[in-house]
Ligand binder design. Structure first.
Ligand code: PA5
Length: 444
């Protein structure tokens, strides 16, 4: 299980930061476990590592095997919760340079997560001369960015393989009953996977939304799910030694004390998109009703040479949560240089990880001295099992934390507001009144 260490935040927290929240944590925990409270329609993720659809899970594996056998590239179309989880896991367990690394599976390209023409052209260029498939993912089936991207890449695929050939290369992950994508997938006969009704986008990485691209990348989804299952069982036990209780209580205690921004830090470049996933999870779950910790992220040690100045001496509204992987995947020994021109022979024979460990320790002490409390979450190693645990740990902590903050952690009315404005401004039928109102404002 991820281990939470709040010892470097204690000077910034009241003595009863954990015990003083016992009653609220007990209630928040019960709401999650018993399926009640604000947002209770969206608690399918709580028992998902046990209650997932086994028949669909087998189809996910079969589809991934087919993609791996007939495609040199997979285009994954989705945005927000229909995108970040898959990319987070593929990069964390694979590489931030996944497509450049030598591997036996397809290259993975993520599109439909923005509206950049240049980015899309770049992916189109990469697909030239390759066999490829599409996994289009949208719970609502109507989000503009992925819908537009799907129209474009579907046309490309049909041009390459013909309409019939393309059908066998398109995998649609969407709502079980409704939405434009569901209608299209039914009509065209694509293989379909389901985003369960009771699982919101940002909690959906362990459904087909995340699992199909992750499995296509050759990652062991059994181990990922087993890790999540272990975490589900461990975190279901209420009490002060529950790491999710500790993390939720500490961050809320720091927030109450004026620390409004949480910097999620990691020393692994492969963690970058996991941090993006985490930002969506916490930002969408808690940022509402004029409340919520602002989730941000940094990559150490690189960002110590850019954001480090602000963290050390800027406005004191920050705290840090460092995710640490205790063990590396191998070892690099710093060589001896007989001339010692760079003066580094005091490090000769030491592993690079030793330098990283000392950097971590030095950074924590410096930042704490500078007024930035530090929490750490330690995970044994970058394995599929450990990452499954980490995913569930952050999800569960987020549910608890949102309840401590007294918001509904499972809705996202703010995201819907922008989507509606965009539909209106683009002239989508049914949005005529809103279009007129918005255009009057824009035209001053
Ligand atoms: O968490 C959310 O609900 C959002 O970020 C959605 O995942 C995102 O807007 C994409 O929505 P959809 O899957 O309906 O296309």
């Amino acid at each position: 299980m991820p281990k939470v260490d709040a010892s470097n935040a204690l000077n910034f927290l009241p003595e009863n930061w954990l015990t003083g929240r016992e009653a609220d944590l007990t209630e928040a925990h019960a709401m999650l476990q018993e399926g009640r409270g604000p947002g209770s329609d969206f608690l399918g993720w709580v028992h998902l590592p046990e209650n997932y659809d086994k028949e669909e899970y087998a189809r996910i594996k079969a589809a991934a095997a087919k993609i791996r056998s007939d495609s040199q590239a997979l285009v994954v179309i989705g945005i927000g919760g229909s995108y970040l989880g898959a990319r987070a896991v593929i990069e964390l367990l694979g590489s931030p340079n996944y497509n450049l690394c030598k591997k036996d599976g397809p290259e993975i390209y993520f599109v439909g997560n923005g509206l950049s023409t240049d980015a899309m052209l770049e992916v189109m260029e990469q697909l030239k001369g390759k066999d490829w498939s599409i996994n289009v993912i949208s719970k609502s089936g109507t989000t503009t960015e992925p819908a537009v991207a799907f129209r474009i890449f579907k046309a490309m695929l049909e041009e390459k393989y013909g309409k019939e050939g393309a059908k066998g290369r398109i995998y649609a992950t969407t709502d079980a009953h409704k939405g434009a994508l569901k209608g299209l997938a039914d009509a065209e006969g694509y293989e379909e996977f389901v985003v369960p009704d009771d699982v919101g986008g940002r909690y959906s990485v362990l459904t087909a939304v995340g699992l199909l691209p992750i499995a296509a990348a050759g990652i062991d989804i059994d181990a990922l799910m087993a890790g999540a299952h272990e975490a589900m069982e461990t975190l279901a036990k209420p009490g002060m030694d529950n790491p999710a209780w500790q993390y939720a209580a500490a961050r809320n205690g720091l927030y109450d004390g004026g620390k409004k921004i949480e910097l999620l830090a990691c020393y692994e470049p492969s963690f970058r998109f996991f941090a993006e996933w985490w930002k969506q999870l916490y930002g969408e779950s808690e940022g509402k009703e004029g409340k919520g910790i602002f989730p941000a992220s940094v990559e150490f040690t690189a960002d110590l040479h850019s954001m480090g100045q602000y963290i050390q001496e800027g406005e004191r509204h920050l705290f840090e949560t460092v995710v640490r992987f205790a063990e590396c995947n191998g070892q690099i020994i710093i060589p001896n240089d007989p001339d010692n021109v760079d003066g580094l022979n005091f490090l000769s024979g030491k592993p690079l990880s030793f330098v990283a460990e000392k950097a971590f320790q030095g950074v924590v002490l410096a930042h704490v001295d500078g007024g930035v409390p530090n929490l750490s979450v330690t995970v044994p190693k970058r394995t599929a099992n450990a990452v499954g645990q980490l995913i569930y740990f952050f999800e569960y902590s987020c549910g608890l934390s949102g309840h401590l903050l007294k918001v509904n952690p499972f809705n996202q009315p703010g995201v819907e507001a922008y989507k509606k404005n965009m539909f209106a401004l683009l002239g989508k039928p049914g949005y005529e009144d809103r279009k007129a109102e918005l255009e009057a404002r824009l035209n001053g």
